[in-house]
Design a protein around this ligand. Structure first.
Ligand SMILES: NC(=O)c1ccc[n+]([C@@H]2O[C@H](COP(=O)([O-])OP(=O)(O)OC[C@H]3O[C@@H](n4cnc5c(N)ncnc54)[C@H](O)[C@@H]3O)[C@@H](O)[C@H]2O)c1
Ligand SMILES: O=C/C=C/C=C(\O)C(=O)O
Length: 485
């Protein structure tokens, strides 16, 4: 049986207590591997290794050498592309058609973009007069924050973990990563990359385990200097509380209930194509994905019919079938959660335009955690699936008449992560984009990413922005030095 181990101080190891938990293949419900369950010994050892590395070879490394190492890590990920692809798809159930173009390439890009940021980032310098007729020079310098705890989710495991590890290490920090218990493998595989590249021991550490056990030990550890977390909003609230002890900084990228706003003057083909992606890609398990669609009344019926037609063409199946668009959701528990939301929508009176249950799959896929792509209409704005994040392949479509009305509906949520707007009237696009309460707005597109831009949510969708130099704000301590001239 395969094992997934911790990676601590440059070594792979089991837990001292010898405990393991099962990693299940979402495509067929079979055991993929046994995963070491990290407890106090492992978290303490990983944090100690990370702390020691700050003053050892890693901490003393010259900036140019560290930047070069970021590129070497990226190149080694590219060299082992197929290993990462297979591991990620087996853990998550997502098809090659997604992981090949999104998850794995971003694993490498997340190291390169912050190597480039460190190379090109300029600091501030101010020259000013002083009262005695002389002057002073003020300049800023950045220092690594220290040991960064990285807690990552299961929907884009490698992408979202390296989105934090890349900048953290580029800035000279050391990291202790606690991946989701349902998608452990690529985080440990990255340990093999670190060893191969010769990253000094202790710079990158992985402790496998469950959030409430291992994660909690990490977020409450006194020698962890900051926590960067991606996951559910309620988990973020618990982590923020844990970080308050010792007043440690926290970056939170949380849940969303993202609206798509489709005006009558939109390019219909583009709106249908992009909304099909934003609702159903990755089996709807993308924080930036759409679960609420608002369509201007003149084109409402046409849009519903065309989105139904587009979604009904999605092929569900095995990860390594290149023609497959959608795999299962990540776990039996998440499948049950999504199907419960489907039942609630039905009970609350939804018109089920498409799906609404679990598909009949053939062969061993019959034991997989598949759910149907689902489209509802006819629910009120306070309906459960219109208000709560389902995090599955589903959306509710509602009509609207005026710009003012749809902006009000779109903003009527505790979340504020992402939104999409479809219109060919650019004045309207910019006007509506400025009124939408979300950290990210895509116009006539979805999930287009320039990694230098500020990424993050407002309201219940998070605290802070990461991306480009914004990540430096979180992963470094900024110091001001004043010299009298
Ligand atoms: N904003 C973003 O960029 C973004 C990206 C991806 C996912 N998400 C959100 O993440 C959620 C899905 O991911 P998930 O189910 O893995 O989220 P989750 O909150 O259940 O778990 C996320 C991580 O936190 C750990 N964890 C759980 N409880 C913890 C605790 N008490 N202390 C420390 N760690 C703990 C888990 O083990 C996992 O590693 C969705 O809500 C989705 O919207 C947000
Ligand atoms: O599921 C959420 C996806 C988040 C994506 C990013 O954080 C990114 O593209 O950098």
């Amino acid at each position: 049986m395969n094992k997934v181990q911790h990676y601590i101080n440059g070594q792979f190891m089991d837990s001292s207590c010898g405990e393991f938990f099962e990693n299940i293949n979402p495509m067929n419900g079979k055991i993929l591997s046994q995963v070491a369950l990290g407890r106090e010994d492992e978290v303490n050892a990983a944090v100690a290794a990370a702390k020691a590395a700050l003053t050892g070879e890693w901490g003393q490394m010259k900036l140019n050498d560290r930047i070069a190492m970021m590129y070497e890590i990226a190149n080694e990920i590219d060299r082992r592309f197929d290993d990462f692809l297979e591991a990620e798809c087996l853990d998550t159930g997502k098809p090659y058609s997604i992981a090949r173009h999104i998850d794995i390439p971003r694993g490498a890009a997340n190291f390169k973009v912050f190597a480039d940021t460190m190379k090109s980032h300029a600091e501030e310098v101010y020259k000013a007069d002083t009262p005695d007729g002389r002057n002073m020079l003020n300049y800023s310098v950045r220092k690594p924050k220290g040991v960064i705890g990285v807690i990552s989710p299961w929907n884009l495991p490698l992408l979202l973990m390296t989105w934090k590890v890349g900048p953290a290490m580029a800035c000279g920090n050391t990291v202790v990563v606690k991946p989701s218990q349902v998608t452990p493998t690529t985080t440990s595989l990255l340990g093999e990359v670190m060893s191969k590249v010769g990253v000094p021991a202790g710079a990158y550490n992985v402790v496998q385990g469950k959030g409430s056990v291992t994660g909690n030990l990490l977020t409450s550890h006194k020698d962890v200097d900051a926590i960067t977390f991606t996951g559910e909003t309620k988990t973020g609230e618990m982590i923020m509380q844990a970080c308050s002890h010792g007043v440690r900084d926290v970056s939170l990228e949380l849940g969303g209930k993202n609206p798509a706003i489709v005006f009558a003057d939109c390019d219909m083909e583009k709106a249908i194509r992009e909304t099909t992606r934003s609702c159903f890609a990755n089996s709807g398990q993308v924080c930036l994905g759409t679960e609420r669609v608002y369509v201007q009344r003149p084109i409402f019926d046409e849009f519903v019919e065309k989105l139904k037609e587009s979604a009904s063409k999605l092929k569900l199946g095995q990860h390594n079938d290149e023609s497959v668009d959608m795999g299962p959701v990540v776990s039996a528990a998440h499948r049950d959660k999504v199907l419960e939301f489907y039942d609630i929508a039905k009970k609350e009176g939804a018109n089920i335009i498409l799906g609404g249950g679990a598909p009949k799959m053939e062969g061993e896929l019959a034991n997989g955690f598949f759910v149907e792509p689902t489209i509802w209409t006819g629910l009120p704005e306070d309906a459960t699936v219109v208000k709560e994040e389902v995090f599955g392949p589903c959306c509710h479509i509602a009509p609207f008449d005026t710009e003012e009305e749809v902006i009000k509906m779109a903003n009527d949520t505790n979340y504020g992560l992402a939104s999409t707007i479809f219109t060919e009237n650019l004045d309207r696009a910019h006007r509506v984009a400025s009124e939408i309460e979300s950290g990210i707005v895509w116009i006539n597109s979805w999930f287009l990413r320039d990694l230098r831009t500020p990424f993050g949510g407002m309201k219940g969708s998070g605290i802070g922005r990461e991306g480009g130099h914004y990540s430096l704000e979180f992963y470094t301590e900024l110091k001001n030095v004043c010299i009298k001239m």
